[in-house]
Design a protein around this ligand. Structure first.
Ligand SMILES: Nc1ncnc2c1ncn2[C@@H]1O[C@H](COP(=O)(O)OP(=O)(O)OP(=O)(O)O)[C@@H](O)[C@H]1O
Ligand SMILES: Nc1ncnc2c1ncn2[C@@H]1O[C@H](COP(=O)(O)OP(=O)(O)OP(=O)(O)O)[C@@H](O)[C@H]1O
Ligand SMILES: [Mg+2]
Ligand SMILES: [Mg+2]
Lengths: 252, 252
């Protein structure tokens, strides 16, 4: 079972778009996938067409000890979603519990075995309590990097945070980078790709996800790219990214 | 003096790009402007070319009571910046102080008069402590709305948060919306514009900021669009947006 946290504290770099579409691509390849919407804004839940009001989700598992089995919803064939739920915002600002608050998601996974080939955790654009919990619960981290300057800046800050946490806790997670919102014709996009490949050799997944309007449209219909436009290049890119993560194919 | 918080908890919608370029446009029109980088990620500070390490900023004013006068840096003619500073991340997770923690920025403004025609506060993509402080310290709110579905979704959630806070505190701020990353040829962009104008009549500023690669490139050089490509359409859009906010020109 591979537990992958999709993390980048920079906003709007494609964390949710990647979690949703990569998850569906892996499911289409036959893997059993569970996605966790770990953002109180619940974009992933909405994107799958799975939002209801009120809703219980990962927030309630953490705050109210509701068993995961009662919260997980099948959203596609071989693809399950643990929605954000209405209490996740409170969890972010939980004050009691001291340092072990960072381990609550990890303990949840230990207590309640999730039966999946892949678990993908869609994170919020913050590096606080939610980000810490995701990092500590995961064995691998996937960092979507949009093809612009602030995104690149965000990566170096993120790496400092990871290195600090990992040295304190004597643990290491594997890191993968995904180029998102990529436009080969833009010099800036090529620069960002070159910088990321330079600083993280053997860690940048092979397929850049190109800027494609259908990827932005599909969540408006509660659909993944595979539901919405299965032969679109956005579907092709995410299917190729799924092969990349399975086979660990990186840019050389 | 107009105190405007640039707020949207959705990531990557153009808060920082708008704060930086709108501020410079207003300064070029002769207004005295102070910008506040209220995001621990310090994108605004970097975008102006004003980041140094270590750096004291608004976080230190709030946490250490350093006077603002010692922290404010002139960054352009008639344009000052109060950088994020290294302690702002801690302020976000401050636990002592109870409910009045939300009023700390407001009290700071009351105690230390900032002498400006406009104060623009660039906010982080979160709706926690930082967002609350900005909302309560400002008289007006500017909401950049990127031209896609999740951005639109984010607006309705943001409005619920504003309405809740404002009814509790019996106060109202003026709200402005700015269409960002706009592409007239995309149906989705036109839909987002139509929805925002429909739900917020008289509140959507007249000039949509078009998707323009120079706007994404300029911060890589520590430049605003006016420093980088002054005759570019990105500069034109932000200069027009500056007229819109001064004259309160909205889409009808
Ligand atoms: N490859 C792409 N092509 C076109 N649009 C994209 C692409 N990737 C993402 N987008 C759009 O860009 C916006 C930001 O993407 P998304 O919401 O997935 O980012 P995020 O990192 O999850 O944001 P947040 O930090 O707010 O959680 C969305 O409207 C999305 O539909
Ligand atoms: N009109 C535009 N044209 C082209 N690129 C743009 C435009 N507006 C913003 N961008 C780019 O989109 C990305 C997101 O913009 P920006 O960082 O200003 O958003 P933000 O809302 O401040 O993000 P965050 O939530 O992370 O603080 C940046 O790389 C920026 O350069
Ligand atoms: Mg997201
Ligand atoms: Mg920003």
């Amino acid at each position: 079972m591979r537990v992958i946290a999709v993390i980048n504290q920079k906003g709007g770099v494609g964390k949710t778009t990647t979690t949703m579409n990569l998850a569906h691509a892996l499911a289409k390849k036959g893997y059993r996938v569970t996605t966790i919407d770990f953002d109180p804004q619940a974009n992933l839940t909405v994107g799958f067409g799975a939002l209801v009001r009120p809703q219980a989700g990962i927030g309630n598992a953490l705050m109210d000890n509701i068993p995961l089995i009662e919260l997980i919803k099948p959203v596609r064939d071989k693809l399950n979603l643990l929605p954000a739920g209405d209490r996740l915002g409170e969890f972010e600002y939980l004050t009691e519990g001291g340092a072990k608050r960072g381990f609550m998601l990890q303990s949840l996974f230990t207590r309640e075995q999730l039966d999946s080939d892949f678990i993908l955790i869609d994170c919020a654009p913050t590096s606080g309590m939610l980000g810490m919990n995701a990092l500590l619960a995961a064995d691998e981290v996937m960092v979507p990097v949009a093809s612009d300057f602030y995104s690149l800046q965000g990566v170096s800050r993120l790496m400092q945070i990871f290195n600090y946490v990992e040295s304190k806790l004597q643990r290491r997670t594997r890191k993968w980078f995904v180029l998102t919102r990529y436009n080969e014709r833009r010099k800036m996009a090529r620069n960002v790709r070159d910088q990321i490949v330079h600083y993280f050799p053997q860690q940048v997944l092979n397929t850049p996800i190109r800027e494609t309007v259908a990827l932005a449209e599909s969540p408006a219909y509660g659909k993944t790219i595979f539901d919405y436009r299965a032969r679109n290049r956005g579907a092709e890119d995410y299917m190729n990214l799924a092969s990349d993560i399975v086979l660990e194919q990186v840019i050389h």
